[in-house]
Ligand binder design. Structure first.
Ligand code: B12
Length: 209
């Protein structure tokens, strides 16, 4: 039977069918869905990012690998969800304006959802005014912002500024994440927290909600 390590290779090859087949087989064999995501699927997409940076692979391939990764995550997700968990609060989350990356944000949403949070996911390329409208409508305790591009990181500060202008800043906590983001950047723009991965994002949100 194919292993978790094979999954990494299938994501790199963008082989959606093999990713689905292997993920399903591993789940059927009782493998932990989070282990499948963290040790199988994520290393694959990270390697794709490295090859893209080195110029050995291009956007269409990166897109296909992302689709393969998503197919695996969707299957693993079904095994994580479903438990009846008490409500931990509402979080509005989205990828900031100009940024279309959503794999990491979706993982964070999924983990928060399965930890009892009511997650309002605004999707990708979300402008500051849409975050403001969602805060007014859903009254969350937390706003989560994701950015994967150094060029879209400043849009996180724009959301925080817009919250201040709308007199909403003291009603919500703001947490940020995404590969180029750091605790130092969170401090710099006045966010309430940063987490480097989905599991720590849940810990952080539980702590500050
Ligand atoms: C897949 C991918 C794409 C896919 C995205 C598909 C999708 N639906 O998301 C596509 C092909 C569309 C794409 C496009 C582009 N991409 Co791209 N992409 C990637 C890649 C390979 C993987 C990203 C990913 O999904 N990682 C896996 C997830 C699980 O990790 P993650 O996103 O970091 O999320 C985790 C944490 O960061 C954290 N987290 C994430 N969000 C949040 C939010 C909160 C609140 C919290 C607490 C935590 C948290 O938890 C997550 C789970 O553990 C990265 C390389 C990389 N290794 O990051 C490049 C990368 C981000 N892309 C890059 C570039 C340049 C682009 C393009 C500009 C390319 C182009 N010339 O068109 C476009 C930009 C499009 C746009 N406007 O957004 C560069 C960015 C460089 C930079 N410094 O800014 C990277 C780093 C590649 C590289 N090495 O050069 N990309």
């Amino acid at each position: 039977m194919a292993s978790i390590k094979d999954l990494t290779e299938f994501v790199i090859q963008a082989d959606i069918e093999k990713v689905k087949e292997t993920t399903a087989a591993l789940l059927a064999a009782g493998e932990d869905p989070l282990k499948i995501i963290n040790e199988g699927l994520i290393p694959g997409i990270n390697e794709v990012g490295e090859r893209f940076k080195e110029g050995n692979l291009f956007v269409p391939e990166m897109m296909m690998s992302a689709q393969a990764m998503k197919a695996g995550v969707d299957l693993a997700k079904e095994k994580i969800e479903g438990a009846d968990i008490p409500n931990a609060g509402t979080i509005v989350i989205g990828t900031v304006a100009g940024d279309l990356h959503d794999i990491g944000k979706n993982l964070v949403s999924m983990m928060l959802d399965s930890s009892g949070f009511n997650v309002v996911d605004l999707g990708v390329d979300v402008p500051a005014d849409k975050f403001i409208a969602a805060v007014k409508e859903h009254k969350p305790s937390i706003v989560g912002l994701s950015a994967l591009l150094t060029t879209t990181m400043p849009a996180m500060k724009e959301v925080i500024d817009a919250l201040k202008e709308s007199n909403l800043r003291d009603q919500v906590k703001v947490v940020i994440g995404g590969a180029p983001v750091s605790q130092a950047y969170a401090d710099e723009i006045g966010a309430d927290g940063y987490a480097p991965d989905a599991a720590l994002a849940v810990e952080l949100c539980k702590k500050i909600a």
